[in-house]
Design a protein around this ligand. Structure first.
Ligand code: SAM
Length: 280
């Protein structure tokens, strides 16, 4: 049976174009167009936006984004085998889909888009984490993108959205939440994918804050947070010794007890500490 967009069902697309999933490219495809449309809706109203999709594969999420009304989609796919299938999607949505055959880790596709820009992707989780960190650390803030809607391994999604006090709280939570509002908006079991991965997945929606939550120099904050969590079980006066020789004084200036541990500190406290370190 033809799908709502007049294109063949994804199982047929995969069979026609010989798109057997490659493990090396983290290929676990979403074949249910109702599900991909639901993921696309998590990115909000796309009718006035250019959408960057990384890793379209056979085009399930791409079709969801276009059917949900995205103004334009630029899709970057590393696997050239997917291009004929994606060309069929482009033909069904004239002028709205452009596909680039490239590695998203080496190309900066944001230059090819017109703001407002939203990013949506179902990527292999290691590539997703690396791109997330890049998107959260541009030379200027606010960034060119308004929001990121990204599929992650459930544990990674929990690290992005974690609150102080737990094991999941660390560098990723602070980086993500300092500059964006980050929420888990969907959870997917392994069976949602073909082939099913071993892990559960979650979609995280991050909306860029116009300004970071609290003032801090990004490089100093990153150095302090990295040092604190590299030895997360130690008291801060020990784990941060290398950051400044008089770190105990600086912790007190920031209103933090030197005996605290990294995972107890809020983002506000980390920013106060980064300011106290930068003042020296
Ligand atoms: N979006 C499709 C879906 O939801 O069914 C495919 C998702 S699959 C998990 C990941 C996709 O990312 C694959 O199509 C894979 O070829 C592609 N990919 C993997 N690494 C990539 C990279 N570095 N740059 C661009 N695409 C990549």
């Amino acid at each position: 049976m033809a799908a709502i967009d007049g294109l063949p069902p994804l199982r047929e697309v995969i069979a026609t174009h010989g798109l057997s999933a490659k493990k090396s490219l983290g290929q676990n495809f979403l074949l249910d167009l109702n599900l991909t449309a639901k993921i696309a809706r998590q990115a909000g109203d796309l009718s006035q936006c250019d959408v960057l999709e990384i890793g379209p594969g056979p085009g399930g999420l791409t079709r969801g984004l276009l059917a949900e009304g995205a103004r334009r989609v630029l899709a970057v796919e590393k696997d050239a085998r997917c291009l004929p299938a994606l060309a069929e999607v482009a033909a069904a949505y004239p002028g709205r889909l452009e596909v680039i055959n490239a590695d998203a880790l080496t190309l900066n596709p944001l230059e090819h888009l017109t703001p407002p820009i939203r990013i949506v992707a179902n990527l292999p989780y290691n590539v997703g984490t690396e791109l997330l960190v890049r998107w959260l650390t541009p030379p200027q803030w606010p960034p060119v993108w308004q929001s990121l809607t990204l599929m992650f391994q459930k544990e990674v999604a929990e690290r992005i959205t974690a609150q102080p006090g737990g094991k999941a709280y660390g560098r990723l939570a602070i980086l993500a939440q300092w500059r964006s509002d980050a929420k888990i908006v969907m959870s997917l079991p392994p069976e949602a994918f073909t082939p099913p991965p071993k892990i559960h997945s979650s979609v995280v929606h991050l909306v860029a804050r116009p300004e970071p939550l609290f003032p801090a120099d990004p490089a100093v904050l990153s150095r302090v947070v990295a040092a604190a969590f590299n030895q997360r079980r130690k008291m801060l006066r020990a784990s941060l010794k290398g950051v400044a020789p008089d770190i105990e004084d600086r912790l007190r200036t920031a209103g933090i007890a030197p005996t605290e541990r990294a995972e107890q500190l809020s983002i506000e406290e980390f920013c106060a500490l980064a300011r106290a370190v930068a003042e020296g």
